[in-house]
Ligand binder design. Structure first.
Ligand SMILES: Cc1cc2nc3c(=O)[nH]c(=O)nc-3n(C[C@H](O)[C@H](O)[C@H](O)COP(=O)(O)OP(=O)(O)OC[C@H]3O[C@@H](n4cnc5c(N)ncnc54)[C@H](O)[C@@H]3O)c2cc1C
Length: 605
């Protein structure tokens, strides 16, 4: 690991190199708040230990003196092609320059794909690069790798709304914030969505993006809404697919009623979707209350306990998130309820991101993270309480503990400037009546393991546990009967367990590079798989996050990747409508594996 001084020098190098290159776009500047860039660069310096090799390129043209690789041969001359850095949000993937292009419309995408087929290249759609799992490219890729990224965010952002049918048709490079803003203006919205707005629709649909929502007791679902993933809202989608008849790739629109559509609803990046039509519903006003004084022992008490349990909030409001910082005793609990009129004492909000204190990093926090990464992981015992104190004070000082407004303004609450952490992620399917039991079991195991590691002088987890609960992907939610759910969606129901009606989403966050983190993640994963099994529950990975852990790395346990995960989509599913069906469909429509990556080659060969 690089020591802090080395990191500081490298950070200085990075900032100087980037600035002197003069290639940072206005957008990139806007995304990098003054005080943030150095800190985030520090995180990466100290964690990845590879900053000396990390000199990001910003839109270097093939003919420029700064070009570091020969350009891909014969690339269509009418489509902008440039070298650009690829860096995912947690900065665990940093590739200083990859060939990237920005097609202006779907037919230019097709041109790129046909070019790739003829020239033995792969094409990887690139949204906002927020994914943790290396679905897009391997961390080891270089500009000599035969891959061209397609930046969908530049031009593929058009949309149209049919307010009468309550549908939106959007190109996949649009951000969720832009999409939800447009829907809000038309009086429309969704029940739940991922917390950041800075994600593309294409990226979110690829991994069955989710928020947190089940029906509150007595709640009547509005037409067009779902408690499942955003992929479950898809009515049709247009993908780039191989057409055997014409012997070339072309655009094809699949209706949700087409059985083959189920492979594309959440495809993990093994396809290229240019456009999707989603069913949405009337927008709702939400009331979001935060608590930070409920003891974890009460919130996660054994099933059947009285008091302020997680299950009690699910019943009263349906929409709950617990963020439990390590080495603290009272989680940050957010509870959203549907509330057409403004509750007394609540504050109306007219824009998203209303927890600014959790979207920035204080110097004190930087100092503690530095301490952790420079050889004192026990500083985790300070980081958790510090984060909690910032939240508790922030909720009070910004008067954000009781908010009310249109759904988008309460459902989007994370900015990319928040502390960059890595995360594991799982969806555990079960009957709703078992949620409290499942939480109590998880928390008990987690605390025991944290204590055991601590006794050994190890502190693998310095970020919070996050818990949310959603419904499953039932097509009936959007008025379609006899239609399946995404064959690769973590929220695909189990026909042999119709009583499993919810998924509990577990994530544990930690700063990348924290010693013993992967070993801890592996223990948690193995326990989840064993504990939530049989007729009680089942585990599926959260595609965008960490899973398949060995003691040293995520996405690396070959048994998990090649058999346990596929089995989680085979068991209980019809033989003609399961993991293998999806794999066959995706391979049929991309026989040249233009849309693949090393991880996808292992997972979906
Ligand atoms: C801080 C943070 C918070 C998050 N919170 C949530 C959350 O609350 N809920 C949740 O579900 N997720 C959450 N995520 C995960 C996020 O939803 C996924 O990582 C999502 O894929 C990111 O979208 P993106 O635009 O950045 O996609 P990218 O990271 O650029 O791409 C992700 C995958 O999608 C593929 N892809 C992108 N566009 C297309 C397309 N047009 N066609 C086909 N494939 C495409 C890419 O090739 C890649 O395989 C969070 C991530 C971060 C960093």
């Amino acid at each position: 690991m690089l020591m802090w001084n080395a990191g500081k020098e490298a950070v200085a190098d990075l900032v100087t190199a980037s600035a002197s290159a003069g290639k940072i776009s206005d957008k990139q500047r806007a995304d990098a708040p003054d005080a943030g860039i150095g800190r985030r660069a520090f995180m990466s310096a100290a964690t990845a230990g590879m900053l000396t090799a990390w000199l990001p390129a910003f839109r270097v043209s093939p003919s420029s003196a700064q070009a570091t690789c020969a350009p891909p041969p014969n690339f269509p001359s009418t489509i902008a092609l440039y070298q650009e850095a690829y860096e995912n949000w947690s900065q665990e993937i940093q590739i200083s320059s990859l060939w990237t292009c920005a097609p202006q419309n779907p037919s230019e995408v097709l041109q790129v794909v046909e070019w790739a087929r003829h020239n033995n290249y792969q094409v990887r759609p690139k949204g906002r690069m927020h994914n943790w799992s290396p679905l897009t490219v391997a961390a080891s890729a270089t500009c000599s790798t035969n891959v061209v990224l397609v930046d969908t965010t530049q031009y593929l952002t058009a949309y149209s709304i049919d307010a009468t049918a309550m549908t939106v048709t959007a190109q996949t490079g649009i951000t969720m914030e832009a999409l939800l803003t447009a829907l809000e203006q038309a009086g429309l919205g969704v029940t739940a969505t991922p917390a950041p707005g800075d994600l593309t629709l294409g990226g979110v649909l690829a991994i069955d993006g989710h928020g947190t929502a089940v029906p509150a007791t007595g709640e009547q679902k509005l037409a067009g809404h779902t408690y499942g993933s955003l992929s479950n809202l898809i009515l049709s989608l247009t993908a780039v697919v191989w057409d055997a008849a014409s012997g070339q790739y072309g655009l094809r629109t699949f209706q949700r009623t087409d059985p083959q559509c189920q492979a594309f609803l959440a495809h993990l990046g093994r396809a290229f979707i240019v456009e999707a039509t989603l069913q949405v519903g009337l927008n709702q006003r939400l009331h979001c209350q935060s608590w930070f004084d409920i003891p974890a022992t009460e919130l996660f008490a054994p099933a059947g306990s009285s008091g302020r349990t997680f299950a009690s909030y699910l019943d009263s409001a349906g929409r709950v998130e617990a963020i439990w910082f390590p080495f603290t005793t009272t989680p940050w609990l957010k509870v959203w309820s549907v509330s057409p009129s403004q509750p007394l004492f609540s504050r109306e909000v007219t824009a998203p991101y209303n927890y600014p204190f959790s979207d920035s990093i204080s110097q004190e926090m930087v100092d503690v993270v530095e301490q952790i990464l420079s050889g004192d992981p026990s500083a985790a015992t300070q980081l958790g309480p510090l984060q909690f104190d910032i939240v508790a004070a922030g909720l009070v000082f910004t008067v954000s503990f009781d908010l009310w407004g249109w759904s988008k303004n309460l459902l989007l609450y994370i900015k990319p400037t928040t502390l960059r952490v890595t995360a594991n992620g799982y969806a555990v399917l079960m009957n709703r009546s078992n949620v409290q039991r499942a939480l109590h079991e998880f928390v008990t195991f987690y605390q025991n393991r944290v204590a055991a590691y601590q006794a050994n002088g190890d502190y693998p987890m310095n970020g919070p546990v996050e818990i949310r609960v959603t419904g499953l992907d039932n097509a009936g939610d959007i008025g379609l009967s006899d239609v399946g759910a995404g064959q690769l969606s973590a929220l695909r129901p189990r026909p042999d367990h119709p009583e499993w009606d919810v998924a509990v989403w577990f994530d544990i966050l930690t700063v990348p590079g924290t010693p013993t983190a992967n070993q801890f993640y592996r223990e948690i994963e193995q326990w989840l798989l064993t504990n939530y099994s049989g007729s009680y529950a089942m585990v599926r990975p959260e595609w965008s996050k960490g899973w398949g852990y060995t003691d040293t790395a995520a996405w690396s346990d070959t048994t998990m990747v090649s058999s346990m995960i596929p089995d989680a989509y085979r068991t209980g599913q019809p033989a003609s409508d399961n993991w293998d069906t999806a794999r066959t469909t995706l391979n049929q429509y991309d026989p040249y594996r233009v849309f693949a990556s090393p991880l996808l080659d292992s997972l979906l060969p």
